[in-house]
Design a binder for this molecule. Sequence first.
Ligand SMILES: [Zn+2]
Length: 264
Amino acid sequence: MQAEVRFYAELRDFLAPARRSGHVSHAFREPGSVKDVIESYGVPHTEVEVILVNGQSVDFSYQVVDGDRISVYPVFESFDVSQLVRVRPRPLREVRFVLDVHLGTLARRLRLLGFDCHYERDASDDDLVAISTTQRRILLTRDLGLLKRKVITHGTFVRATDPHEQVREIMRRFQLAGSIAPFTRCLACNGSLEAVAKADVAHCLPPMTRQLYHEFHRCRDCRKTYWRGAHHERLVAMVAEAIEACPDAAGAAPRLATGEGRSR
Ligand SMILES: [Zn+2]
């Protein structure tokens, strides 16, 4: 038995070099799910948004039969697919992430932009899967094996290796420009920041800081204190760059709340 499979757009990046045209003749003896067929060519199901079989949209459980023509499309960024059955029942309402152990820098940079990023340096693969599914967080990883696990419904393969480029990639992929809230989240622990009176934190500030700065924010969770310290300009530049990278950046109105300093 044979089915013709076409992978579109960036899904081709996952195919072996000889198949980069995106067209595959899939020979098989036993019927199987379209999810398994897609993943057998290296494309994680989390990257797939719409599957058409003989022109009709299907979900991952569809059983492939002889003669099927299968078209596999990635997450669409810019055109309307509301007429089609998406393979996932509904998008996550609020964009929240869990990042694998190799993406610590990306986690801090996304937190800088205000995005909720769960990151633990020593999290196991099982931990990441559990956090993604129970807390409904989008798994960001460069581990394809992890994305192929069936229980992961929202996950993304991070293509870039440079953290700077990774931020741009995630911003574009999830169209985050309008959701940016820079300097509202703790870079160290992901907690949210609140404004505090200088008198409340003065006792734990270095003398020069106490003299030079008057506005402070504190993490509600780990109590780390932030102010517009020496790194502030670099962080502001990083935020501006991330916003510019987004096609939908025109409507973004970042709220620059505070800067960054050292710990309590
Ligand atoms: Zn914190």
